[in-house]
Structure formats: structure tokens, C-alpha cells
Design a protein around this ligand. Sequence first.
Ligand SMILES: Nc1ncnc2c1ncn2[C@@H]1O[C@H](COP(=O)(O)OP(=O)(O)OP(=O)(O)O)[C@@H](O)[C@H]1O
Length: 302
Amino acid sequence: MLRLADVSHTYSDGRRRTTVLKGIDQDFERGTFYTVLGPSGSGKTTLLALASGLENPTRGTVSFEGRDLTELGLGRYRNRHAATIFQQYNLLTYMTALQNVTTAMEITGATPPSGGRRAHALRLLDSLGLDRAEATRNVRRLSGGQQQRVAIARALACEVDLLFADEPTGNLDEDTAGGIVEIFRELAHEQGKCVVVVTHSAHLAARSDRVLTLRRGRLTERRADTAGTGAPGTGRPVRSRKTQPTSPRTPPETRPTSPPTSSGTQPTSPPTSSGTQPTSQPTSSGTQRPTPPPTPRSSGRG
Ligand SMILES: Nc1ncnc2c1ncn2[C@@H]1O[C@H](COP(=O)(O)OP(=O)(O)OP(=O)(O)O)[C@@H](O)[C@H]1O
């Protein structure tokens, strides 16, 4: 589905050049939940930025279903196929949860399967455990875990095949984080999405199908028997055997250990193409990653 072929990435900072990723070859498949581990500064966020179409690699190709993203167009790819959930959610804090979701649908031109955008957004939020009162509340008055679920609903509303998340449980308590991880598993195993999550959490990695580790610019895969849920020794994803329907499900309504901070809710700008991406993304070095401007669809999904 998504292929990184001989991908390298070098940042140039004045006269200094830092090669963060070195010749990465990796396929990401449908119906699979991946986690990417690695020490701080190893390039996990950079890898996510390239895979999610926020940036082009300085060498190599990223292709979606056989088409190079530069040929497909990064904006088009993000609009139609990939959504990113950021650690700080990047919600629009002057809006309700519902408005955050419907605005993303408007920007990306996502067409709801039935009913209007509002009804679809309410259904999505409900399936993630946010009732109507919570859905119509300003997002600043929601807990960290609820805001995270709004960010997930917003990504899902754009009906993409690929879901990327950067440290999605970093600010959450154990129960809430566990609920979010189960949502990722269901999205992969029951809705056939490809979910790629960057994390420092060994617990989260243990719930994923395939665990990739980034170290010194190289990506390696840990055997599934040490990852927790994969078939022992095969490294292959394990499909969920659950029989109950996906929706509605209700993740735990616990609050984060620390209250949501303003940084967890302050967007730097309105959502762009996928409805989930800010115009710039802070990096570990404190600099801003440039991201392209929004490219709204002219018509329905194609
Ligand atoms: N825009 C940039 N310009 C220059 N260097 C950058 C830029 N963005 C990131 N880097 C550098 O690239 C390296 C990898 O950064 P990245 O954010 O991808 O790492 P990470 O593994 O996600 O780190 P963390 O786990 O701390 O979030 C770091 O050394 C960082 O300083």
C-alpha cells in the first residue's frame, strides 16, 4: 500500500547537514497496526512526516499504491489517503468537537456515506465515546483523552486509508491511553486501515502487529514474538477475531493524569488538507517543519 524505497533524509541548517534517515526500505500494508520506536532524535517524526506526505525525502521515493507521491501530489495524497494525528491534537480551540470534525470534512471535501456531514460527524464522535453534549462542547472544555478522540474522529472523517499518529498517548493516563490503542487496533483489524504510530511506549508497541525500530538512521523490525500480539516468530500481522461490531464503542471516560494544557489545544492555524495537519509542525529541535498550504478538493472523493 505505502512503500518507502531507499529513503534518506538530510536536514541542512546553514553549513551543517544532518542525515537523519539512511536508505530506508519499508512497506506498510492495509489492515496492519505498526509502531515505530527509537531513541529521542532518531528521526521518528521525520519518518512520519515523509510517510504522511508532509515533506519529500531528500533521496529515494515514497509511493502510495504504486504511485510516487511527488507524481500523485503531496496535497492530494494527504487529502484523500492519509491523515495525521499530532501529539498536541491541533484542534481548533474556538470550535466545538463537532465543528472540528465537520470543518475537516468541508476542507477535504469528504462525502459522508449517508446523511449530512453533521450527522456523520456525530456518529463518528459517538462511536469514539463522545456523546452529543460532549460533541457540542468547546474542545477546551474536554479532557485530554476526549480531545485525543476528537482528533481521531477528525482524521477518520476524512475517510483515509492511512492513519499516522505521533505519540498519541504521550499525555494520557494508562486507562485512556489503553482505550486509544484499542481504537487503533480496531481501525486496522476491522476497518482494514493501515495505522502507523510513533511512540516511546513499549506497552503501546506490544499491542501493535509490527514493531519497527529506528536507530542511527536505519529501520529494523523486531520479531513479533517479542512484540506481544503478532504471531510468534512470523513478524506477520494478526487479524482480530472479534465478532462484535466496531461501533458504537465506548473508550474509558477517564481523565488524563494532568489536565489538558493550552498547548494541547492551541492550533497554530486551521486544519489543512487532511484536516489534521497544522501549517507547521514543531520538531524536536524546536524548529518548524514547513508544510504545504491546504488544497481543498474541488469535487467529491475520487
Ligand atoms: N527542520 C529541521 N532542521 C534541522 N534539523 C532537524 C529538523 N527537524 C528535525 N531535525 C533533527 O533531526 C533529528 C531527528 O528529529 P526527529 O524529530 O525526527 O526525531 P524523533 O525521533 O521524532 O525525536 P523525539 O523522539 O525526541 O520526538 C534530530 O536530531 C533533530 O534535531
